[in-house]
Structure formats: structure tokens, C-alpha cells
Design a protein. Structure first.
Length: 494
């Protein structure tokens, strides 16, 4: 079999790929060796900026199959008939860690899916938890600063992390989940995924419904303790990549069941909690899970960089029949995610193969760096809208119904929120062994944190459930005794 000829990036054949061009056997390298310069210059540019958040990730191709009819709630064609299949691209990630961080660290995991539908791409960008640390996108940059490195020490700062959490009681629900047994999944296939935010469906009759998305793992839940995770990290920092990639290569395709909670539009006005608050869940007794379909990952990417590192998800990518809600965090993400991709990948990031829609794409965006695809060449006169030259036009048939929520414009605070009931309810679901591990995990994470911050955070635990606060307090004191047998300090009494 004849091998392909090595060429320059411009297509010119390369005579040698072993030695630089020099003036004599022992002379200096010549600047005219353009292929040497090309190789070095390209190597300098092989890396793109890592994601500010969710930098470390793992992904795969797959298929979504509809198993139950929900067309009365949404006109989205992806759900139009039972048995319908749609290609997807999944990416899972940690939140805080950099690109080289260990996979098995205690952290929230991102759970992002790109559905290549016939009406364009639908991106569901969520986490492995149904809630989050803050309810307002205004606080998101501050929160992320506490999860990253301290500007002076360049180390992770438990002090900053717990200071922020203790000053924001709304974080308690997510903190409880993070510090529980589910804080360190064994691999992506052993965790649930959630849209987390409240989204909306709308149907052909113009009715709107609020919706929560749940992806339930079919592999069962598997999680590491702190000690087990430490042992795993000591052997491999790439345990998730190994687990996920290996399972798919072996034909053990990970699967999830998609279920939704549906809330009639008017119900949002009478729930005792704010249904658009990202720190809250909807009780399943009030809004039960409805089966929708099955997600399967069945193909590993041929090139990690091209299909996982370049994958760009944004909740702003919706299709007719699926839309947004007044969720403050969601509203902020509609801008920030797409803008992050424009910065990291470039103006035309959605034309990259992994992000490109399978359906027809027509718009009036022009030019820009790396315009590596058609630039309206076939109809150059139609470069604005409206025009008289048969350029693409809007389709009024996909106009969604109005969102019946309004109010005076103001920077509304959180005084009317109960940040303790749901974390307390979750705590009371744990058995004694799960509670004890929760106490120890929190005490370990708070080791070295200033006692004033510890005291402030303990008040939140006590407010959720007195047994929660007492358990954490005792675990902290036991840890102090282990480190200093002469210590009798009680953080609650400080």
C-alpha cells in the first residue's frame, strides 16, 4: 500500500522530516527552513485557553431514543414520536479543577448534552446535582473565585470557600449534596444528570409548561469515600477517562433514562417556594417524574481535542417547543456560555464539526477571524435583511407564546426565601451511616478554616436540622482532639 506523502500545511511536499536546514554539517540553522519554523510556530499554538469553569472533561457520542409520548406538552420535533432517535454529543466535567486536575476529586460534575435535532441544536447544560450553590448569576463570578486558586498562595483556599458559603445560606442545599456520599462519583456513567434549571415547554396550542429534566443512571450509583478517592488519585489522575472510554470500547454502553417534571404555567404563582430558584427542587409528590426516553453513549470520539475539547455547549441553544424561564442563573448563563466560547474558540465556534448543526443553517453573520466555511458566496447580494434577493427570512410559525410573568424592575433580594427546609429534608433522608460520613466529609473540608467562619457555617447546619449541626460540630471537635489531644474547644460556644 502506497503511503501518503508528507506535505507542508500549504500542500507542498516535504523532502525530509528529520533534520534542520544548516549551512554545512556543523553550521548554523538557516531561517529559510520554513518547515522548521512552521512546526515550531504551530506547536506554540497547539493549546487553546482552557475553560474557566469545567476545564477537565470527558465525552462521547451517542443516541437519544424517545420511549414515551410527551407531545401534549411540547411541539419540539425531537419528542414528536415514540421510537425517534437523535444523535447526541455528551461531555462530563468537574467544576473547579484545571485541565490537569485529578478526575476523582470531590466536586460537582457537569453533565452537558448536545442534541443534533432536525430543527437545530438543543443544548442541555446541567450538572449531576438538581440544585446549585447560588440562585443569582450576579454572584457566580464571586463563587467561582472561591473555588479557584488564591491570588497570593496560588493554592485552593478552604477559607475562601467556606467564607463564601457561610455568608450565603442558599448554598447549604448544594453543600449537603456535595459533602454527601454522592460527592465523588466513581465515573460519569454512575451518576445522574439534571438540567438543574427550570426550563419551559410549549405546545402547538400555545400552552406553556415549566419543566425540570432528570437523567437517571441505569448503571446504578457508585461513589468513592474520601479515602478511596485518595487511593485512586495516587494511581491515576485520569480514572474517569479510563472508565468511560474503556466501557464504550468494550461495548458496555452507558445509559440513562430521561424523565421530566411538568408544572402548569399558572402553578408558579402559588407554590410555597420559588420554582425558578436554582437552589430548590420541586417535590416529586407534587410534580411526579414522567418517562420520556433513553440516552445511550455508544461511540468514543476519534480525536479528543476535536470532539471533546472543542465541544461548546450553551443553554441559549434551544429549538421550537423548548424555552427558558425567569430563573436568574439561567438568564445569566444564556449570555455567559456563548460568550465564553467566542473568546475561547473564536467567532465561528459553532461551525466546528462537533458544534455544527445537522440541520440547514442560514444566518447573516459575516466575516470574522477564521471564516473557514461559506461566506454567503452563492448569493452575495443578500448580505443584510430584509432584502430583495431571496435571502433567508424569519419563520413566524415558530414564535413561542408569551411568558405570563411580569413585575416592577428592581434588584430584588432573597429575604423571602427559606434556605434551610430543603437541605434539612435531604439530611433526614440519609441513614445513620450516610449522616456520619457527611459529618466527617464536612469536618475534613473545614480543616484549617477560621473559627469565626466555622461558627457561622455551623449555624446554617443547625438551622437545617439540629442533628445536622450537632453532628458536624462533634466531627470537628473529634478531628481537633486527634490533632491536639489537649484541645477542648467547642466551635459552637466561641
Amino acid at each position: 500500500m502506497t503511503k501518503k506523502k508528507l506535505t507542508t500545511s500549504a500542500g507542498s511536499p516535504v523532502p525530509s522530516n528529520e533534520h534542520s536546514l544548516t549551512a554545512g554539517k556543523r553550521g548554523p540553522v538557516l531561517i529559510q527552513d520554513y518547515q522548521l519554523l512552521e512546526k515550531l510556530a504551530h506547536q506554540n499554538r497547539e493549546r487553546i485557553p482552557e475553560r474557566v469553569v469545567h476545564a477537565k472533561g470527558w465525552g462521547a457520542h451517542g443516541t437519544f431514543t424517545v420511549t414515551n409520548d410527551i407531545s401534549k406538552y411540547t411541539r419540539a420535533k425531537i419528542f414528536s414520536e415514540v421510537g425517534k432517535k437523535t444523535e447526541i454529543m455528551a461531555r462530563f466535567s468537574t467544576v473547579a479543577g484545571e485541565l490537569g486536575a485529578a478526575d476523582a476529586e470531590r466536586d460537582v460534575r457537569g453533565f452537558s448534552l448536545k442534541f443534533y435535532t432536525e430543527e437545530g441544536n438543543w443544548d442541555l447544560v446541567g450538572n449531576n446535582t438538581p440544585v446549585f450553590f447560588v440562585r443569582d448569576g450576579y454572584k457566580f463570578p464571586d463563587f467561582i473565585h472561591t473555588q479557584k486558586r488564591h491570588p497570593k498562595t496560588n493554592l485552593r483556599s478552604p477559607e475562601a470557600m467556606w467564607d463564601f458559603w457561610s455568608l450565603h445560606p442558599e448554598s447549604l442545599h448544594q453543600v449537603t449534596i456535595l459533602m454527601s456520599d454522592r460527592g465523588i462519583p466513581v465515573a460519569p456513567q454512575f451518576m445522574n444528570g439534571y438540567g438543574s434549571h427550570t426550563y419551559s415547554f410549549w405546545n402547538n396550542d400555545g400552552e406553556r409548561f415549566w419543566v425540570k429534566f432528570h437523567f437517571k443512571t441505569k448503571q446504578g450509583h457508585k461513589h468513592y469515600t474520601n479515602a478511596e478517592a485518595t487511593e485512586v488519585i495516587g494511581k491515576s489522575r485520569e480514572s474517569y477517562q479510563e472508565e468511560l472510554f474503556g466501557a464504550i470500547e468494550d461495548g458496555n454502553y452507558p445509559k440513562w433514562s430521561l424523565k421530566v417534571q411538568i408544572m402548569p404555567e399558572k402553578d408558579a404563582e402559588k407554590t410555597p417556594y420559588n420554582p425558578f430558584d436554582l437552589t430548590k427542587v420541586w417535590p416529586h409528590g407534587d410534580y411526579p417524574l414522567i418517562d420520556v426516553g433513553e440516552l445511550e453513549l455508544n461511540r468514543n470520539p476519534n480525536n479528543y481535542f476535536q470532539y471533546v475539547e472543542n465541544a461548546a455547549y450553551s443553554p441559549s441553544n434551544i429549538v421550537p417547543g423548548i424555552s427558558f424561564s425567569p430563573d436568574r442563573m439561567l438568564q445569566a448563563r444564556l449570555f455567559s456560555y456563548a460568550d465564553a466560547h467566542r473568546y475561547r474558540l473564536g467567532t465561528h465556534y459553532e461551525a466546528l464539526p462537533v458544534n455544527q448543526a445537522k440541520s440547514e443553517v442560514n444566518h447573516y453573520h459575516k466575516d470574522g477571524a477564521m471564516r473557514f466555511f461559506d461566506n454567503n458566496n452563492e448569493n452575495p447580494d443578500a448580505y443584510y435583511e430584509p432584502n430583495s434577493f431571496d435571502g433567508p427570512v424569519a419563520d413566524a410559525s415558530v414564535k413561542e407564546p408569551p411568558m405570563n410573568i411580569s413585575g416592577d424592575v428592581d434588584r430584588y433580594g432573597h429575604e423571602d426565601h427559606d434556605d434551610f427546609k430543603q437541605p434539612g429534608d435531604l439530611f433526614r433522608l440519609f441513614n445513620d451511616e450516610q449522616k456520619n460520613r457527611l459529618f466527617v466529609n464536612i469536618a475534613t473540608a473545614m480543616d484549617g478554616v477560621s473559627e469565626g467562619i466555622v461558627k457561622r457555617q455551623l449555624k446554617h447546619f443547625y438551622a437545617a436540622d439540629p442533628a445536622y449541626g450537632k453532628g458536624v460540630e462533634n466531627a470537628i471537635n473529634e478531628m481537633k482532639k486527634t490533632k491536639d489531644p489537649n484541645s477542648n474547644e467547642n466551635p459552637k460556644e466561641l
